[in-house]
Ligand binder design. Structure first.
Ligand SMILES: CC(C)(COP(=O)(O)OP(=O)(O)OC[C@H]1O[C@@H](n2cnc3c(N)ncnc32)[C@H](O)[C@@H]1OP(=O)(O)O)[C@@H](O)C(=O)NCCC(=O)NCCS
Length: 244
């Protein structure tokens, strides 16, 4: 499974940290491009010191007041299937098959681990006191000169909707993206008929930047899609306004 928002797709308990002080990620050439594009963080010297680090993306762990965000791992398959496998969830995701059961969750966990090992995507399961509540992903695979920002995607199990979890977890992931990874921008978006997710993105500070046509695998048709963007500058402006 992928964790897509829109046309693109868009997650360890060990060493858990607050999201605003999360573990720095080792950089690859992609990170250097993004870092240089920002003109932030002191440029080359910073990049080179990051390059020498060797932590795995599987070890990235974020915590919020109510949630632990950690990478998918073996043993998560039943919890993953239980959180994703609802028509009202899958219909809002671009590249997730329907029906969605344990086999799909097994594939997702394997794929997520491969993508993290290849540093093509960060994947988090959101864990609350009852177990896996949902997931977030930040997909770098489509990043290119023409699409110069990774894509944020997410879902919540319907029994966790309306608690503010998506907004809370989204803030933690964006903190990690902009403060630790020093990204220039993050893209996201929603299908035209997903006002709840658009509201989440508004609360996080994303701006609507356009419309596109995106194929929804579960609905087997192309749908109108609202494209959104969060830039690094906007992110820090908003955090300053919020006093964080
Ligand atoms: C979208 C989703 C992640 C939201 O999760 P959540 O934890 O309930 O979100 P939050 O509680 O943080 O915020 C939801 C906001 O949307 C609002 N909302 C809910 N339903 C709404 C609707 N039909 N129209 C407008 N706003 C709506 C809520 O009131 C809340 O805003 P508020 O805090 O200003 O009142 C969840 O509904 C979900 O998993 N949906 C299916 C998968 C999906 O859409 N993924 C995103 C793909 S783009």
């Amino acid at each position: 499974m992928r964790v897509p928002v829109g046309r693109h797709r868009p997650r360890p308990v060990r060493g858990a940290r607050r999201h605003d002080g999360g573990r720095s990620l080792p950089a690859r050439p992609l990170d250097l491009v993004l870092d240089q594009g920002l003109g932030c963080g002191g440029g080359g010297a910073n990049a080179m010191s990051l390059l020498r680090r060797s932590a795995s993306w599987r070890d990235v762990t974020l915590t919020t007041d109510r949630l632990l965000l950690r990478a998918p791992r073996a043993g998560d398959e039943d919890g993953a299937a239980a959180s994703v496998g609802h028509w009202e969830v899958v219909r809002m995701l671009a590249q997730v098959p329907w029906p969605y059961g344990r086999a799909e969750a097994v594939r997702y966990v394997e794929q997520a681990q491969a993508e993290m090992d290849g540093r093509r995507a960060l994947h988090f399961f959101l864990v609350d006191e009852a177990g896996i509540a949902g997931g977030f992903g930040l997909a770098f695979s489509p990043v290119s000169l023409f699409a110069p920002a990774p894509v944020l995607g997410y879902w919540l199990s319907p029994d966790r909707w309306g608690r503010g979890y998506a907004t809370e977890a989204g803030r933690a992931v964006l903190d990690h993206a902009f403060r630790t990874m020093k990204l220039k921008a993050v893209r996201s978006g929603v299908f035209f008929d997903n006002p709840a997710s658009l509201r989440v993105q508004e609360k996080l500070g994303f701006e609507v930047v356009g419309r596109s046509e995106v194929f929804c695998l579960a609905r087997a048709k192309t749908l109108s899609h609202i494209d959104t963007l969060m830039t690094r500058d906007r992110y820090f402006e908003r955090r300053a306004e919020e006093g964080r």
